[in-house]
Design a protein around this ligand. Structure first.
Ligand code: GDP
Ligand code: IMO
Ligand code: MG
Length: 421
């Protein structure tokens, strides 16, 4: 049984959590393959809201194995808090498995993330300040501390000593390895039972014919290699990274479902061609409740960008698209959709510019689509249907799910749920 990737097709917050939660009900494994607590995946289930940061969005479905893969970075204190909150709310975390190869976010990573944003001033990236970039940087520099290091207190202490010899030079208040190891022990003891060889677990599940979902965090345009660098995250959200992040072969992945909002949002700094000018920006923000799940920041709002989405379809090899939050557009009489960019030299293109300067100066060319001006419940009104078909035609891709509200139940599946993943 092949695995399915669920990947963000814009700048994150596309509604991946809701889509994964829905598909998880028909799957056996749900695995996060990259990112860390910069992610905020919201699931609304019978009116109750859950916000997940590390834990895969399958945790609300009974009996699923939820893997945090090797490609993730984990803040141990935050993960323990997340587990405690889920348990207190009656959600069991017995199915959670954490890769021993995942890297740990340490207090110095968080401190360095904030300090470097402050130093950048006006040039800052607008990170979530969760220590993501510095943790991935240490992983690449081979200075990282991994989940498996918490299995042995002696090893952990030695790793702290080595790391702090370097990191204390950057900290306002130097840390002492012994103190830190003692403080970490409570957390470490809580996390030990969850540590597993997750690459092997997933491979065995696939061999046994079980259904495996690979859940992306962030989104394509935040990808370290293919996104809008330097205004990106420090991992690879795109589907190709799912195999490395979990530790399975790429031949195991057969379908890739992109998740995109019916418009676009972006948190943090960086270019955003279709960002709405004028009062409609605030109107979309209010209608869509566009405030960050992790940081509470206002999300910048823009009209749907088919140039960016076509790029996302390409670099992810998407096999279908889930279009979320269509309901948010229900009160607009006309809805602009960006079909091409005008570049600084006056030429027009429907391909995403490969050069940063072209993208920074790209101007959107819109087509105005008629709105439907009625709430979306049940079957889609004809104008909403045409909006979806317009997207399908532009991307040459099937829309398999349409979000019509935040709740688990508020989704239209034109061809049914079976066969999607
Ligand atoms: P993620 O990071 O991709 O999982 O997305 P977030 O959870 O950060 O942000 C998406 C927000 O939109 C959440 O508050 C969801 O509850 C909400 N949401 C998801 N799908 C829909 C939808 O179809 N309609 C509406 N109105 N809200 C949705
Ligand atoms: P989910 O999984 C939206 C953005 C930050 C910043 C940039 C780098 O909920 O879609 P980082 O802290 O990763 O170094 O910040 O990436 N960012 C996100 N934006 N959704 C996310 O996750 C994000 N995770 C990071 O705002 O611009
Ligand atoms: Mg989010």
């Amino acid at each position: 049984m092949p695995a399915t990737v669920i990947v963000g097709a814009q700048w994150g917050d596309e509604g991946k959590g809701k889509i994964v939660d829905l598909l998880a009900q028909h799957s056996d494994f749900v695995c996060r393959y990259q990112g860390g607590p910069n992610a905020g995946h919201t699931i609304v289930c019978d009116g109750e809201t859950f916000k997940l940061h590390h834990v895969p969005s399958g945790i609300l479905s009974d009996g699923k194995i939820c893997v945090v893969g090797a490609g993730c970075v984990i803040d141990p204190g935050l993960l323990v808090e997340e587990i405690d909150e889920l348990e207190q709310r009656g959600v069991t975390t017995a199915g959670l498995r954490v890769s021993g190869n995942a890297h740990l976010i340490m207090p110095w990573h968080v401190a360095i993330d904030s300090a470097s944003e402050r130093r950048l001033g006006k040039l800052q990236i607008g990170t979530t300040r969760r220590g993501i970039g510095p943790a991935y940087a240490d992983k690449a520099a081979r200075l990282g501390i991994r989940v498996q290091d918490i299995l042995d207190p002696k090893i952990l202490r030695q790793k702290f000593e080595t790391a702090l010899a370097e990191k204390n030079r950057f900290l306002d208040e130097p840390l002492e390895a012994g103190d830190l190891a003692d403080r970490m022990e409570t957390c470490a003891a809580r996390l030990r039972p969850y540590v597993a060889d997750t690459s092997l677990l997933v491979e065995r599940a696939l061999k046994a014919g079980q259904k495996v979902l690979l859940e992306g965090a962030q989104g394509t345009l935040l990808d370290l290699d293919h996104g809008t660098y330097p205004f990106v995250t420090s991992s690879n959200p795109i589907a190709g990274a799912a195999a490395t992040g979990i530790g399975i072969g790429p031949t195991r992945i057969e379908s890739v479902i992109g998740v995109a909002k019916a418009y676009v949002t972006r948190v943090g700094e960086g270019p955003f061609p279709t960002e709405i000018e004028g009062a409609d920006q605030e109107r979309v923000r209010e209608l869509g409740a566009e405030y960050g799940t992790t940081t509470g920041r206002e999300r910048r709002c823009g009209w749907l960008d088919l140039v960016g989405l076509r790029f996302a379809a390409r670099v992810n090899g998407m096999t279908s698209l889930a279009l979320t939050k269509l309901d948010v557009l229900s009160t607009f009489a006309e809805i602009p959709v960006c079909v091409r960019y005008r570049l600084p030299d006056g030429s027009e293109t429907d391909e995403f510019p490969a050069h940063q300067s072209d993208f920074h100066h790209a101007r959107p060319i819109y087509e105005l689509l008629p709105g439907w001006e009625e709430p979306l419940d049940g079957a889609l009104p004809p104008a909403a249907q045409r909006y979806v078909e317009f997207v399908e035609a532009a991307l040459e891709l099937e829309v398999c799910m349409i979000g019509t509200g935040a709740d688990r139940e508020q989704v239209v599946t034109p061809r049914g749920l079976a066969g999607i993943a």
